[in-house]
Design a protein around this ligand. Structure first.
Ligand code: SF4
Ligand code: SF4
Length: 435
């Protein structure tokens, strides 16, 4: 089968400290759940409960406030004991509700009622997706209803892309989710395609996972809209929006299709769409990848939102030593976490606890001019030159830094341990006008 991929750069990303990709364990429920009112890209949700109130599992506790914002629900039943500013990352404080768990669960362990959606119009599907607080379960957490609404303003046809691209061992949670909740991902795709009025669905599956791709194709054959399978590369960062779009444009050309705009969604997001529309269930838990050299037993866990990272690590046998750094996400792209009290939220794809030696330790040396950073940059940038210009400061740093899409490949391969990618990304975010 033809494999489509982005044209240049990238790396083979291997990490023995990531967990196996074959099983998920359910974590204990948190006795004290910390529920931030910001778990999405936009403004914080407006709290509609107060300290002392009793809340039910899945109850609406924060109402989204316009574009970019999303509803927030109680991940556990209990009593709201505090409303606080909580640290999410070293420099970010957000409003959060602290719920002491207690009372009966409305959903956990109860028979699951299913609601039919096939006859609902797209706008009603979109409303349900918004009502149950579904956001893209990675990155900054764009509300899925906003993503769909943006497509409705466009004339050209659009395609739902189901992104099952595992180019990085830290996508283990998504891979396991595809095995454990295959039907939910599949039906979530059908729902999202209908809500978005997509003309086609493409399952983008990475090389090495052909069996998964064929299973999708076979079981989706009866869908109301055309479906097809595009096998894409497994070289990192194939799953990034830009690199995936490049591969799919090659696929489009070769197959003589018209894909139009691409609505790309991962399996976790589609399973959440299914839960919202088919089960009327808000986002209460998620699969996360837990690993790093400081973690005794790396594994994929199903975790309630609001569970603190200290409890997550305890589920994995604890830490072998004090971590040098804890990152929310992967070691390559994750952001620094505030510490063991930071809670799991909708967009927490994983968590890694790194030992000092995993951080690269050792001294940063001078560039030896090996050119590796240029070879791996998928955008065709010269990371070494950009890094130097940023070091010189001011407008002299102007150049192509704004084109960097933060894959981190250059930094991984640099034998001199220069912080190339992180400096360029930081600069581009801080001074967007200068790039
Ligand atoms: S310069 Fe940016 S896009 Fe290029 S390899 Fe580095 S982080 Fe990736
Ligand atoms: S990879 Fe590092 S040492 Fe090699 S050219 Fe780039 S900056 Fe210099």
């Amino acid at each position: 089968m033809k494999i489509y991929t982005f044209p240049r750069g990238g790396i083979r990303f291997e990490d023995p400290t990531a967990p196996p990709e074959n099983a998920v364990a359910a974590a204990f429920l948190p006795g004290l759940a910390v529920i931030p009112l910001v778990q999405h890209i936009g403004a914080g949700a407006y709290p509609i409960v107060s300290v002392g109130d009793t809340v039910k599992e899945g109850m609406l506790i924060g109402r989204g406030q316009g574009k970019g914002s999303a509803n927030i629900h109680a991940a556990v039943p209990g009593r709201v004991v505090r409303m606080v500013s909580w640290r999410m990352g070293p420099e970010t404080l957000v409003d959060a509700l602290v719920i002491r768990m207690g009372g009966a669960f409305e959903k956990l362990g109860r028979p699951v009622k299913q609601y039919s959606w096939e006859d609902l119009p797209p706008f009603e599907l979109q409303r349900l997706i918004a009502e149950f607080g579904v956001v893209e379960m990675e990155g900054p957490g764009r509300p899925v209803s906003d993503m769909i609404a943006a497509l409705h303003t466009q004339e050209e046809p659009h395609t739902l892309v189901v992104r099952c691209v595992f180019d990085d061992p830290w996508t283990a949670a998504d891979k396991v989710l595809c095995q454990e909740r295959f039907q939910a991902v599949l039906e979530g795709g059908r729902i999202a395609a209908r809500a978005a009025r997509a003309a086609r669905t493409v399952f983008a599956v990475s090389q090495g996972d052909e069996a998964l791709g064929k299973r999708f194709l076979t079981q989706a054959a009866s869908s109301a809209i055309p479906v097809s399978l595009a096998m894409v590369g497994s070289r990192y960062p194939q799953r990034n929006q830009r690199e995936l779009a490049l591969a799919l444009r090659l696929y489009e050309k070769r197959e003589s299709l018209e894909l139009g705009s691409l609505l790309i969604m991962g399996p976790a997001t589609l399973a959440a769409v299914y839960d919202a529309v088919r089960l009327h269930k808000p986002m209460l838990d998620r699969y996360i990848t837990v690993g790093g050299a400081a973690v005794k037993r790396p594994q994929v866990l199903k975790v309630r939102l609001g569970t603190r990272l200290g409890d997550v690590f305890a589920e994995c046998g604890g830490l072998v030593a004090g971590p040098g750094r804890i990152a929310a996400g992967s070691p390559l792209l994750g952001r620094p976490a505030a510490g063991l009290d930071e809670p799991v939220i909708k967009t927490t794809t994983g968590v890694c606890a790194l030992l000092d030696k995993q951080l690269g330790g050792g001294a940063v040396r001078r560039c030896i001019g090996c050119g590796e950073c240029r070879t791996v940059c998928p955008v065709g940038l010269d990371p070494e030159a950009l890094y130097k210009r940023i070091g010189l400061g001011g407008n002299r740093a102007a150049g192509r830094a704004g084109e960097c899409h933060g894959c981190g490949c250059c930094e991984v391969v640099c034998p001199s341990r220069l912080p190339l990618g992180s400096s360029i990304i930081k600069f581009a975010r801080r001074e967007p006008d200068h790039v």
